[in-house]
Design a protein around this ligand. Structure first.
Ligand code: HEM
Length: 366
C-alpha cells in the first residue's frame, strides 16, 4: 500500500495532485541517476579540454553525429579537416591518424554521453507521465530541463566553434565559462528537483538567531563556491594554471606583480593571467574560510537538526579536498588527471552545498 503525501515542488507552490510515496521514490531515484550522469559529463568535459581534444570534431550534427567514422576514407576526411586549423599545427603537428583518433574518441565520448543523458531524461519522462506518476507541474519542469539540456549542447558547439578562428588554438575563455556555468546551473536545478521530490516537506526549524546565522553562512558559502567555479573557468580558459606554479606565493609575492596591468581595471579579472590565477586562489580561500565558519556555527546549533549538521560536516571535508586538489593541480602544472579530478570535485562540493541548503529550507516555515 502506498501513502499519498501532497507533493510540494521545489518552487514552494502546492501542487493540486498528490504524488504517491512509491512514485516519489522511483522518480527521485531516476533524477538522481541523471545528476550522477551530469557529474560524469562534467568530468568528461574536463578531460576533453585538458587533453586538447575538444576541437577534433569540426561539425555539429545533433542526431547523426552519434555515428563515428566507419571507413578509413571517412577517418582521413575528418583528419584532413582537423589539419586545417591552427590548433593542429601548434599543438598536435605530426601526431598521425592514430593520434587524431585518440583525441577524436575523447570528444566523441563527451558528446555521446550528452546524448545518453538526453535519452535517460526523456524516455522515463514519457513513461512516468503516461502512467500518471508525475504531477503536471513536474512534467512541465522536466520538459524545460530537457529543452535546456539541448540548448547546452548548442552552447557547447558555440564554444567549440570559437576555437576554429584563424588566430586561435583553443576556445574563447568567455564561451568556456558560459558552457561551464550553464552545465552547473542545469545540474543544480535537476538536483534540487530530485531532492524535493524525495523529501517534499521540510521539517520545521525555529528561526532562532544562531539558526538564521548558520543558514545565511551556508548561502554565502554556496554563492562563493559558484563564483570560485566561474573564476576556475577563467583560470582554465586562459591557461593560467601553467605558470606561477608555487603556493602560497606567486613568484615570491602574495599578490603577483602586474596584477593591474590592463586597463580598464576589470579586464584584469578575465584576461590578465597573474590576476586570473590570484583571484581564483583568493576566492577559493574565502570559500574555504566561510565553509569553516558554517561548520563551526552549525555544529554549535543543534536546532538545525542532525541531517543538516551531517551535511555541514561533509561540506567541510569536501572543501578541504577541493582546496588540496587545486594546489596539487597547480604544483604539478596541470596534468590532465589532476585538472579533471579538480573540476569534477567542484561539482561534488556544490552538490553537498545544495543538499545542505535543502536540509535547511524548513527554517521558520511551520
Ligand atoms: C573552493 C575551492 C575551489 C573550487 C570550487 C575550484 C573550482 C575550479 C574549477 C571548476 C576549475 C575548472 C574550470 C574549467 O575547467 O572550466 C578550476 C580550475 C583550476 N583551479 Fe580551482 N577551485 C578551487 C580551489 C583551487 C585552489 C586552492 C587552487 C590552487 C591554489 C586552484 C587551482 C586551479 C587551477 C590551476 C585550475 C586550472 C586547471 C586547468 O587548466 O584545467 N583551485 N578550479
Amino acid at each position: 500500500m502506498s501513502t499519498s503525501i501532497p507533493f510540494r515542488p521545489a518552487g514552494g507552490r502546492d501542487d493540486a495532485t498528490p504524488m504517491a510515496l512509491r512514485n516519489r521514490r522511483r522518480v527521485s531515484a531516476w533524477l538522481f541517476a541523471v545528476c550522477f550522469m551530469l557529474i560524469g559529463m562534467i568530468a568528461l568535459g574536463g578531460y576533453t579540454r585538458l587533453t586538447g581534444s575538444g576541437l577534433s570534431i569540426m561539425d555539429w550534427r545533433p542526431v547523426t553525429g552519434i555515428v563515428p567514422p566507419l571507413t578509413h576514407a571517412e577517418w582521413e576526411r575528418q583528419f584532413a579537416l582537423y589539419q586545417t586549423i591552427p590548433q593542429y599545427k601548434i599543438l598536435h603537428d605530426g601526431f598521425g591518424l592514430s593520434g587524431f583518433q585518440k583525441i577524436f574518441w575523447a570528444e566523441w565520448t563527451h558528446r555521446f554521453w550528452g546524448r545518453m543523458i538526453g535519452l535517460v531524461l526523456l524516455v522515463p519522462l514519457v513513461w512516468f507521465a503516461a502512467t500518471g506518476a508525475l504531477t503536471r507541474g513536474l512534467i512541465a519542469r522536466l520538459v524545460l530541463f530537457f529543452v535546456l539540456g539541448g540548448l547546452q549542447g548548442a552552447i557547447g558547439w558555440f564554444m567549440v566553434a570559437s576555437g576554429f578562428n584563424p588566430d586561435s588554438t583553443a576556445v574563447a575563455p568567455v564561451r568556456l565559462v558560459l558552457h561551464l556555468c550553464c552545465a552547473f546551473a542545469l545540474y543544480i536545478a535537476i538536483l534540487w528537483t530530485a531532492l524535493s521530490v524525495r523529501t517534499p516537506t521540510a521539517p520545521f526549524i525555529p528561526a532562532t538567531p544562531p539558526v538564521v546565522r548558520t543558514r545565511r553562512l551556508v548561502w554565502t558559502a554556496t554563492v562563493l563556491i559558484g563564483i570560485t567555479i566561474i573564476a576556475g573557468g577563467f583560470t582554465a580558459g586562459t591557461h593560467a594554471g601553467f605558470t606561477y606554479n608555487t603556493f602560497p606565493l606567486m613568484d615570491g609575492r602574495l599578490v603577483p606583480a602586474g596584477y593591474a596591468r590592463l586597463t580598464p581595471f576589470w579586464l584584469n579579472w578575465f584576461q590578465n593571467i597573474p590576476a586570473v590565477q590570484f583571484d581564483h586562489r583568493l576566492l577559493a580561500t574565502a570559500t574555504a574560510l566561510t565553509i569553516g565558519a558554517c561548520v563551526f556555527t552549525g555544529l554549535r546549533t543543534p536546532q538545525i537538526g542532525k541531517p543538516a549538521q551531517d551535511a555541514l560536516m561533509l561540506l567541510g571535508w569536501a572543501v578541504l579536498i577541493q582546496y588540496a586538489l587545486g594546489v596539487t593541480t597547480l604544483l604539478l602544472v596541470v596534468p590532465a588527471w589532476a585538472g579533471t579530478v579538480h573540476q569534477t570535485w567542484a561539482a561534488v562540493l556544490l552538490t553537498v552545498a545544495i543538499v545542505t541548503l535543502h536540509r535547511l529550507r524548513g527554517v521558520g516555515r511551520p
